[in-house]
Design a protein around this ligand. Structure first.
Ligand code: GDP
Ligand code: IMO
Ligand code: MG
Length: 428
């Protein structure tokens, strides 16, 4: 039995899409378990680049089953746009390759409107969301007024739930947030078209995954976002609205934790963040700009430039603990080539003490001063390296530090965006 989890170990955009595509070669099933089209996962195969938001990164293979699990929030408009985009690039998306959970919640037009109006209302305290309606959709789910994929499959049920929701949302949108009311008929008719197109893909995906595990087929759970965007363990409230950590997998897929054997953390060789919120090792200087340009650090979903900073081992240690990581895949180490010195944060000075965990309170986090260890860089570019032996000594020392500090082995090193720019160091 082999079922394992791929997780972002920092603030997202670590290269989960690339690593999922790479590891999917040996798997039968790839499953998204949380988030929605706020994610932007890049996969490069040959000379083609694919930007995926909602569809799992196993879709580029013809023989994999890709699953959008019950923990994901699904915007049908974004889903069909993505299917059309993939088909335009020559990748078929058929019901034998993609299944959508009947229990997944639907992102509705009012969720997107609420996302942007609420951000506006927060003023200078805005979160910097992707504007895709993620937070408002999860709010309805937990408030128990959400509309699920299975509801969309029943016209009368959908009609009743939509009526109830539109009435309440229109009141809130117009009277509290000063927005414009939405039209029931327009949304109803559009969603009925979506229903017809979605029907062949809709399944009880927990059963599909379970059956594949029982047949001894390998399953990959593809995380979106990263540990510090987790609703419980992230830098709340500057987080997303789902559990991005390993804990989210079972509830987001209907597969019990005892059936999952491994969790691999995808860690960028430095740190980036999009949107607002604390970032202790952020570099607001020329080095930060240099990393952004060399690493092409611009968001896949919103195009925003990503904030860049040094690698923070306190974060990786926290991820190891919270998600029970069994190994790391370190990505984008090629970007660091050319820096004379590279710093790594190994603790925070806080209240006269040294700590190596991430405090809950943002006020405490603001008082944390990173403690750095300095490493010698390497001059030579390494995107052509295909074995550990080919890496420069100083890059190996850097990787060893990650292992030593976190107590977790580095099983994979990624030296470029393409499938073959990957070095397997050990078992995951
Ligand atoms: P994700 O959200 O975690 O899937 O990551 P994104 O796709 O948002 O961002 C990662 C970016 O880095 C993408 O443009 C990838 O093509 C690229 N990438 C992934 N791994 C590597 C790597 O090892 N080296 C370089 N240079 N680029 C990489
Ligand atoms: P992938 O899967 C990086 C960030 C947003 C914002 C916060 C909340 O590509 O790593 P939301 O729209 O989710 O309510 O926004 O979370 N965010 C991401 N940052 N990568 C992502 O996904 C992200 N998804 C959301 O920028 O700060
Ligand atoms: Mg991304």
């Amino acid at each position: 039995m082999s079922a394992f989890i791929i997780l972002g170990a920092q603030w997202g955009d670590e290269g989960k899409g690339k690593m999922t595509d790479y590891l999917a070669e040996d798997a039968k099933v790839v499953v998204r378990f949380q988030g929605g089209n706020n994610a932007g996962h890049t996969v490069e195969v040959g000379d083609k680049q694919y930007k995926l938001h909602l569809i799992p990164s196993g879709i580029l293979y013809d023989d994999k089953i890709n699953i959008i699990g019950n923990g994901v929030v699904v915007d049908p408009q974004a889903l069909f746009q993505e299917i059309d985009y993939l088909e335009g690039l020559g990748t078929k998306v058929t019901p034998d390759k993609l299944a959508i959970s009947d229990r997944a919640h639907l992102i509705m037009p009012y969720h997107k409107i609420l996302d942007s109006l609420k951000e506006k209302a927060r003023g200078k305290n805005d979160i910097g969301t992707t504007g895709k309606g993620i937070g408002p959709c999860y709010t309805d789910k937990f408030e128990r007024s959400g509309i699920r994929v299975c509801d969309l499959m029943h016209k009368e049920v959908f009609e009743e739930k939509l009526k109830e929701n539109i009435n309440m949302k229109n009141d809130y949108i117009t009277k509290v947030l000063g927005g414009e009311a939405l039209n029931f008929d327009e949304i109803f008719n559009t969603y009925m078209e979506y229903a017809d197109r979605m029907r062949p893909f809709v399944k009880d995906t927990s059963v599909v995954i379970y059956d594949e595990i029982k047949k001894d087929n390998s399953v990959l759970f593809e995380g979106a976002q990263g540990m510090l965007l987790d609703i419980d363990y992230g830098t709340y409230p500057y987080v997303t609205s789902s559990n991005t950590t390993a804990g989210g997998v079972s509830s987001g897929t209907g597969i019990g934790p005892t059936m999952i054997s491994k969790a691999i953390g995808i860690a960028k060789a430095y740190t980036t963040r999009v949107g607002k919120g604390p970032f202790p090792t952020e570099l607001n200087d020329e080095t930060g700009d240099w990393i952004r340009e060399k690493g092409h650090e611009y968001g896949v979903t919103t195009g925003r430039s990503r904030r860049c900073g040094w690698l923070d081992l306190v974060i990786l240690k926290t991820t190891t603990r919270v998600s029970g990581l069994t190994s790391f895949a370190v990505t984008k180490i090629d970007t660091l080539a050319g820096l004379e010195k590279i710093k790594v944060c190994t603790g925070y000075k806080f209240d006269g003490k040294v700590i190596d965990y991430f405090p809950a309170s943002l006020e405490d986090l603001a008082k944390c001063e990173p403690i750095y260890e300095e490493f010698q860089g390497w001059g030579e570019e390494i995107e052509e390296a295909r074995s550990y032996e080919e890496l420069p000594e100083n890059a190996k020392i850097y990787l060893k530090k990650i292992e030593e500090f976190t107590g977790t082995k580095v099983a994979i090193v990624s030296v470029g965006p393409k499938r073959d720019q990957t070095i397997r160091v050990g078992t995951i």
